[in-house]
Design a protein around this ligand. Structure first.
Ligand SMILES: Nc1nc2c(ncn2[C@@H]2O[C@H](COP(=O)(O)OP(=O)(O)OP(=O)(O)O)[C@@H](O)[C@H]2O)c(=O)[nH]1
Ligand SMILES: [K+]
Ligand SMILES: [Mg+2]
Length: 527
């Protein structure tokens, strides 16, 4: 039925059948072939095939893959444990397995088999272990791999490692080398590698969720989609440069490219505005507790961190230095800072403490502003409300650089019948560090605030977790600002090429050795 539309690729037009001179045919076919070729580019650009130029140079970090060596390492944690996993990757993996199990045949692929391992030099039994044989390319690295699940005693582990080291062609792996081989063989792209590194290091629920999403390749998928949009726009512009005169291009080819590029700019802008949130989730949000002296700031820090971080005493001006402690608040990683109570006109040491407190306050992602609920009329409380609380509250929510939660502590001192806190107060929470009343409400409010500060990793668009991601998206956006096809088509095409280059490098295509070194340095040996 609709064969004309089957030949129609985006806005390129199908030959008009009523005018078929021989030469016209060529001119008509050319743009189609041209476009088809260009549209098939993105995959090749983004996934590095094995044996690409990455494999030819050795670098300071993990050795470049493809060198033919078979690597081995303990892949589970160090120290005494029930089961330890030792892995190999490379062409001699199968041979090493045969030698250690003194068997002529390899076990069935991807099935756990119980085997006696012995030292190939002395024949001495080392352990009765589960072995798994993963012939490439269906393995983590894409190469032949073996896993030995041995008993976790240090003597067993070192015995098996030494036995592997004695097999010709095998050498110990360097940090991150398994993952690097997986990357070089196209098993993972660069953002997925970063997700894996983050997953290994994740300490809180939210960090784990974010790392898993990145490992699933969501950011990579998004970038590939964007790169494809740019490839199409580039194909249109170049087709126009080459064949615009031939009259075979449908009207509006350039306009369509323009619309797509502008839409992409909007999407990139939205992601960049989001940028800091993913990084905060990866490295921890800064939460700073502040307020007048004796409000109970140190008591709250100790309560939230469940350990005696700060000295608590009835003496105002107890805390002088900034005390920082990492905590998991409602699943979010947080660097919690206790600070000196804000007041004027005290000795030089406390004044220095107040200066440091104000400095730290400026770096806060979230401010926990604390007042003594039974002391709201005091000059220090009024002053604090009029300065710190009012100034953060006055920021427009869109620029949302800092958020603030107002907490009225010592609610146990308020008489149940007496008047509540002043009616003119901004929204606040009541808390008693002494009795723990109100703590659940505070934690729930903190969860909401932190979700806003860090982004909720289980919903919404994939977050940019590293400065590197932000750099490339910004680079892409900057390049697109030079895309002005109405002025100069050649320059516009170049702008699209530069922009697409940034997206490709984000997922690891054409990646430089230095970036790879930095990323793989995050891994431990055996990963
Ligand atoms: N009744 C009551 N007392 C509290 C509560 N929280 C803290 N306190 C007491 O208030 C006093 C001051 O507490 P801190 O935690 O040292 O207060 P702070 O804000 O860190 O004080 P500075 O570091 O001196 O600015 C201590 O005697 C605490 O035991 C509370 O919820 N109820
Ligand atoms: K105090
Ligand atoms: Mg204190």
């Amino acid at each position: 039925s609709g064969h004309p539309s089957a030949f129609r690729t985006s806005n390129l037009c199908i030959p008009q059948p009523q005018n078929p001179p021989q030469l016209g045919h060529l001119a008509i076919i050319k743009p189609l072939v041209y476009l088809t070729l260009r549209l098939s580019l993105p995959d090749a650009l983004i996934r590095l095939p094995s044996g690409s130029r990455l494999c030819t140079r050795r670098s300071s970090g993990a050795a470049a893959p493809g060198s033919g060596a078979t690597i081995f390492a303990l892949s589970s944690g160090q120290g005494r444990c029930g089961i330890a996993v030792i892995r190999t990757s490379g062409p001699s993996s199968g041979h090493a397995l045969q030698i250690l199990t003194a068997a002529r045949d390899l076990p069935p692929a991807r099935h756990a088999s119980l085997r006696l391992l012995s030292d190939p030099r002395s024949g001495e039994p080392l352990d009765r272990a589960l072995v798994l044989w993963f012939p490439g390319p269906r393995s983590f690295t894409g190469e032949d791999c073996v896993e030995f699940h041995v008993h976790g005693g240090p003597a067993v582990v070192s015995g098996v490692l030494q036995a592997l080291g004695s097999v010709p062609g095998l050498r110990p792996a360097e940090a991150g080398e398994f993952t690097r081989r997986a990357f070089a063989n196209g098993k993972l792209n660069l953002t997925e590698v970063e997700g894996l590194a983050d997953l290994i290091h994740a300490e809180t629920e939210a960090q784990r969720r974010q790392a898993l999403r990145q490992l699933d390749g969501e950011l990579g998928h998004l970038c590939r989609g964007w790169a494809e949009t740019l490839t199409k726009a580039l194909a249109h512009v170049e087709a126009y440069i080459d064949f615009g005169e031939d009259d075979n291009l449908e009207e509006g080819v350039l306009e369509q490219a323009d619309i797509e590029v502008r839409a992409l700019e909007v999407a990139l802008g939205a992601h960049l505005r989001d940028a800091r949130r993913g990084q905060r989730l990866r490295s921890g949000a800064h939460v700073v507790v502040t307020g007048p002296p004796n409000a109970g700031k140190s008591s709250l820090v100790n309560l939230l961190s469940r350990k005696p971080v700060s000295i608590v005493s009835p003496e105002p001006g107890t805390t002088r230095d900034v005390l920082e402690t990492p905590v998991d608040l409602a699943g979010f990683p947080v660097l919690l800072s206790d600070t000196a109570g804000l007041r004027e006109g005290v000795g030089p040491v406390e004044q220095e403490g107040v200066r440091r407190a104000r400095e730290r306050l400026e770096q806060a992602d979230l401010i926990l502003a604390m007042l003594d609920a039974s002391d709201l009329a005091s000059p220090s409380s009024c002053n604090f409300l009029a300065t710190v609380v009012a100034s953060v509250g006055a920021q427009s929510p869109s620029d949302s650089s800092q958020r603030l939660l107002l907490v009225l502590n010592k609610s146990d001192l308020l008489s149940p019948e007496g008047p509540g806190p002043r009616p003119d107060l901004p929204p606040h929470l009541l808390l008693s560090c002494l009795t723990g009343e109100g703590l659940d409400g505070l934690l729930e409010a903190l969860r909401k605030e932190l979700a806003a500060v860090c982004g909720d990793p289980s919903t919404g668009s994939p977050l940019l977790t590293r400065a590197r991601h932000q750099h490339h998206l910004q680079g892409c956006l900057d390049a697109l600002s030079h895309y002005k096809p109405s002025k100069d088509l050649a320059l516009a095409a170049e702008a699209l090429r530069v922009a697409r280059g940034h997206l490709t490098r984000l997922t690891g295509g054409g990646g430089t050795e230095e970036i790879l070194d930095i990323i793989f340095r995050d891994f431990c040996v055996g990963k």
